[in-house]
Design a protein around this ligand. Structure first.
Ligand code: SF4
Length: 419
């Protein structure tokens, strides 16, 4: 059987053609509206059977690309987060992103109850765009056999013969980077079922896992929680240096450093000079040359267009904008949780199984990402003991939080909206 990647082994065929004509930010936003409307119109009228993407894309400015560490492949600095819930028939946001060179989709076996991968399949089949896309997906099974089975299932769900990057999803324990797993990864690569391997992580031990990646030659990329609040984190910076030096391609996620709750308190920070708060924090991460790209939760055309506008604009943040961002970080510090629950968790009552970092992350899904059903579903999947928030005195844990997060208030709200 002819493979999808028969002719593509050594070239970066996912790279779109470079545009020879640049557009102003205003024109970009205008075009975005027009193309989005056209795509939506096609979908709404049921014309649906959208053919190959139009050549007009070549006239649009393209999001810059950087090399993803030792993979040697160039990917756009802005990546499409697959947890947004793509349209299962044909997602027009992916088509719109592709026009601007955003051709990397970050999927996972579990996103949106398992519907993410089939939605990506629908898109690439109908747009005839598999060879234009970089598809990363992730395995929630971390043991060798479970990982192998997940890859086989993902290949079927994605309706493709190869996966560009397979991650272990949300790795917490480095012991899973075992000789047995390496054997499976090597075999899957030899069979051309996966091209690259890495892991994602967002728990409290990200620095340790990055250090481990630096010492593990077969880990080619790590996606990890990183944002402008982390610039003075010495352990994390040392680990990023080590991983970068070892050629591990670094991808940042959770870049907004978003609040767990108290949305109204953030409203005064929505605009910081030329860029919105969301655009400014992306540009702040792109300013870090160790980072290849940022995966972004772009669940609307508006966010997609804003992020693309920030990416294609080559100007750097000004000193005033950096200072503004620092003030913003400092003024809102107590509203954001870093997931470092080894600090506050140690102060929970003995025997408590409550997971502060996970709970606040799900509260963020509820309040910030506006995904209440998903947040409740994921909370429901936590062990029963982790959901028993009512009986816990969070006072000592709050006192142990170096950022002054008001744990009692957040947990009270989590109990109300998640349980
Ligand atoms: S509450 Fe504070 S210590 Fe606990 S995980 Fe969040 S930021 Fe870290």
């Amino acid at each position: 059987m002819k493979r999808d990647d028969d002719n593509n082994n050594s070239r970066d065929t996912t790279a779109p053609r470079r545009a020879d004509k640049s557009l102003s930010r205003r024109q970009l936003l205008g075009l975005g509206t027009a193309t989005a409307s056209a795509a939506l119109l096609g979908q709404a009228t049921g014309s649906g059977l959208l053919g190959p993407l139009p050549a007009a894309a070549e006239a649009l400015p393209q999001v810059p690309r950087r090399t993803l560490g030792k993979t040697g492949k160039k990917i756009p600095i802005l990546l499409l987060g697959g947890a947004v819930g793509f349209d299962r028939r044909f997602d027009p946001k992916i088509a719109e992103a592709l026009r601007f060179g955003v051709n990397y989709i970050d999927a996972a076996d579990c996103y949106n109850g398992g519907s993410c991968e089939p939605a990506v399949a629908s898109f690439h089949k109908r747009a005839k765009a598999r060879d234009k896309l970089w598809i990363t997906t992730k395995s929630d099974a971390h043991d060798p056999e479970g990982f192998r089975q997940t890859v086989e299932t993902s290949l079927k769900k994605l309706e493709t013969n190869y996966i560009d990057m397979e991650y272990l999803h949300a790795l917490e324990d480095g012991k899973y980077l075992s000789a047995g797993l390496k054997h499976v990864v090597d075999k899957l690569k030899a069979e051309k079922k996966i091209r690259h391997f890495g892991f994602s992580c967002h728990g409290s031990n990200v620095p340790e896992l990055l250090q481990l990646a630096a010492k593990t030659p077969w880990v080619e990329s790590v996606m990890f929680r990183y944002n402008f609040r982390k610039y003075d984190d010495r352990a994390l910076n040392a680990a990023m240096d080590a991983a970068h030096k070892a050629g591990v391609g670094l991808i940042a996620m959770k870049t907004q450093g978003s609040e767990a709750s108290f949305e109204s308190a953030w409203k005064g920070f929505t605009k910081q000079g030329k860029w919105s708060k969301h655009q400014a924090v992306l540009k702040a991460v792109w300013a870090d040359e160790r980072i290849t790209a940022v995966v972004s939760h772009m669940d609307s055309f508006e966010k997609l267009r804003q992020n693309i506008a920030a990416a294609v604009d080559k100007s750097e943040l000004t000193g005033a904008e950096w200072r503004s961002l620092e003030r913003y970080a400092s003024a809102t510090r107590a509203l954001a949780c870093d997931g470092c629950d080894h600090l506050c968790g140690a102060a929970l009552p003995q025997g408590s199984e409550v997971r502060i970092g996970d709970t606040l992350r799900l509260l963020m899904y509820h309040d910030v990402y506006r995904e209440p059903a998903k947040a409740r579903e994921l909370f429901g999947r936590l062990p029963e003991g982790a959901r028993r928030l009512k009986e816990v005195d969070f006072g000592p844990a709050a006192a142990a939080c170096p950022h002054g997060v008001d744990l009692a208030a957040h947990m009270k709200r989590a109990l109300k909206v998640l349980a």
